[in-house]
Design a protein around this ligand. Structure first.
Ligand code: M6R
Length: 612
């Protein structure tokens, strides 16, 4: 849940570390710090609570820290309050080691007690400090940095991406990884570690992804990688081909708004190469028709917005394949003794490919013999690498904590998977298949039309940003869409919000509707439009202020009852949520803007949730 960057080269390290951290702030932003080895072979550490800017001001953009090798960290607190002392890097008591850490050291209490008994004094409340102290403890025994790292890794349990400096070896960074993302960047006379490629892409496009158990030694001359048995490993390098600008705001006030507007282009990337001659064709999927036919059970497993995509996918997959599909929250799936075996397909959805709950669910399913097909955005991420099959969404880097373009592309990909499976199983109606493919081609263009009306939504948000509570209601696809609309709103505007299947209102929730309550009524799904209308009438009768979202063909009907009606173009039913989500994203964005919220970095949240 934190961001890590490290640099070794001939340039001054601190400004490079600060710049890298600025691109990782989405991973955590309650404190930040850097450690640089000075030409006098001393480790200097500066860290501070708050946003990165506070640290940058403290060290004058890095000018105050001389040295060409260093590590930096931006934190999302788990163990210990967000303050200066708990911020990383952590220094060992004797000042020989500095450590940055992403993950959780599960047995830190026991190690801390052991070290305290040996006379070590701790400064912070974190689990991470034990790594620095333990390193020094072992180093004092063996006087070898690499050997001391090996001993530490054999002693600690849990998840980690680690960057480590040793004052006695001022030419190198040692990095280690287990269950937390970490990549290596290969430059010309300079080398890098980072949690995410965005932190180093300005400097190099050649990267390798560290695997669990691997340890890397980085110097100006190169990077050596070793496995858990300390045997050398030859790493496969990947070339990153997206532009630096993809990870910058490009004139938009927030990454979220930029990413909302990038959706049509992202959809083109996700859809076009997979439509050939009127058919959905996944060149990047290994599954054969025989395998698809052999699956007796299908699960979709994910968290947050990715889970909402899974809910929509369930409707579509079941409809097109006539197979039953279970959708599970990854954090629940792993503990519910799921009925999964070698005849089960588990579709894992994740933007980051690093969400720990999702990763754990994947491993649980794999251990039980399931075939794992993942839908992932971040290329080379852990989930992608551990899956039997991976379909990338190609949405490009998503920086805002609230997901938008990753959601849309996940949904388009899952819809295409449903069509491909439906065809493989001979279950899909030919006319419906043809219509869906035609509409998939038109989807990016139709989304552009929706985005053209963003000012209407901005105006509406300006009138309604003061509500304490907002309800989203809808049926079937519109219900799952409402869950996403409600999550977007609460995560960035902090307004309490709930999404309900409209039919459930009368079973309890309608008691909460009173004069002036804002209800966002979703009625895009034509087959259930009349039912949606009845629910609108019910809430209006109790005094609700209704914002309705429907298709152009139903606008007039809806307008007879509701004065504020937003519309999306008509399309194939399964694609309606792909268009319907855009006004909901914009509504959340403009409400949060009116309320002065920190839209790209909402309180208490981080982009990539790598803790349980
Ligand atoms: O990277 P993932 O797709 O695995 O992340 C899952 C959730 O943490 C994520 O969708 C979260 O709910 C978003 N912040 C919602 O906007």
């Amino acid at each position: 849940m934190c961001g890590i960057v490290g640099f070794v080269g001939r340039q001054e390290a601190a400004p490079i570390l600060l710049d890298g951290l600025s691109r990782l702030e989405y991973r955590g932003y309650d404190s930040a710090g850097v450690a640089v080895v000075s030409p006098r072979r001393e480790i200097q550490i500066k860290k501070s609570k708050g946003r990165l800017q506070v640290l940058s001001d403290l060290i004058h953009g890095g000018k105050d820290m001389e040295g060409t090798i260093g590590i930096g960290h931006t934190r999302w607190a788990t163990h210990g309050a967000p303050n200066d002392v708990n911020a990383h890097p952590h220094m060992s008591e004797g000042g020989k080691f500095a450590v940055i850490h992403n993950g959780i050291i599960e047995n830190y209490v026991e190690i801390k007690e052991f070290l305290i008994k040996q006379g070590v004094h701790f400064k912070s409340e974190t689990d991470s400090e034990v790594v620095a102290q333990l390193l020094e403890f072992y180093y004092n025994e063996c006087h070898d940095f690499f050997e001391a790292v090996g001993r530490v890794l054999r002693r600690i349990e849990g998840a980690y991406a680690l960057g480590m400096l040793c004052a006695d070896c001022p030419d190198r960074i040692i990095a280690a990884r287990k269950d937390a993302p970490l990549l290596l960047g290969y430059g010309d006379g300079e080398n890098f570690i980072a949690s995410d490629v965005t932190a180093i892409i300005k400097h190099t496009r050649e990267v390798a992804y560290m695997e669990d158990g691997e340890v890397a030694i980085l110097t100006t001359d190169g990077i050596e990688v070793f496995d858990a048995l300390q045997q050398p490993v030859k790493k496969e390098r990947h070339h990153i081909d997206w532009e630096v600008s993809a990870a910058e705001k490009g004139g938009y006030p927030h990454f979220m708004l930029k990413e909302i507007f990038e959706q049509p282009e992202a959809l083109r990337r996700a859809i076009s190469p997979r439509l050939k001659g009127g058919k959905v064709v996944f060149d990047d999927m290994k599954l054969t028709v025989e395998q698809i036919k052999a699956f007796q059970r299908i699960f979709i497993v994910a968290c947050g917005s990715s889970y909402h995509v899974g809910m929509l996918g369930k409707y579509t997959l079941e409809h097109l394949t006539r197979r039953s599909v279970e959708v599970a929250l990854a954090s629940e799936f792993r503990y519910c003794d799921p009925i999964v075996d070698m005849n089960t397909l588990v579709i894992v959805i994740s933007q980051s490919g690093e969400t720990l709950d999702t990763m754990a669910a994947l491993r649980e399913a794999k251990a039980r013999g399931a075939y794992i097909l993942s839908i992932v955005n971040v290329v080379g991420s852990s989930i992608a690498r551990e899956s039997d099959d991976v379909i990338y969404t190609w949405a490009g880097p998503e920086i805002a904590v609230a997901t938008t373009k990753a959601y849309s592309t996940q949904l388009a990909v899952l819809d295409m998977v449903a069509l491909a499976f439906g065809e493989a199983l001979g279950a899909v109606d030919a006319k419906e298949y043809e219509e869906a493919v035609t509409e998939l081609e038109k989807l990016p263009g139709k989304m552009e039309t929706v985005l053209e009306h963003c000012e209407d939504i901005q105006m509406f948000a300006a009138q309604h940003f003061n509500h304490n509570s907002i309800f989203f209601i809808g049926r079937n696809l519109d219900y799952a869409l409402g869950l996403e609309g409600s999550l977007k709103l609460k995560e960035i505007s902090y307004i309490h919000s709930e999404a309900y299947a409209s039919g459930e209102l009368k079973h309890g929730t309608i008691s909460l509707i009173e004069e002036g309550t804002l209800v966002v009524a979703l009625g895009t799904y034509g087959a259930l439009f009349d039912k949606a209308m009845s629910n609108v009438v019910e809430v209006k009768a109790r005094g609700a202020d209704v914002l309705a979202l429907t298709t152009e063909s139903h606008r007039d009907e809806m307008a007879k009852t509701v004065s504020t009606v937003l519309t999306i173009p008509d399309t194939a039913p399964m694609l309606l949520p792909s268009l319907g989500v855009v006004p909901l994203q914009l509504f959340a964005y403009y409400v949060a803007l009116q309320r002065g919220c920190d839209i790209d970095k909402p309180r208490n949240l981080a982009k990539s949730v790598t803790v349980e």
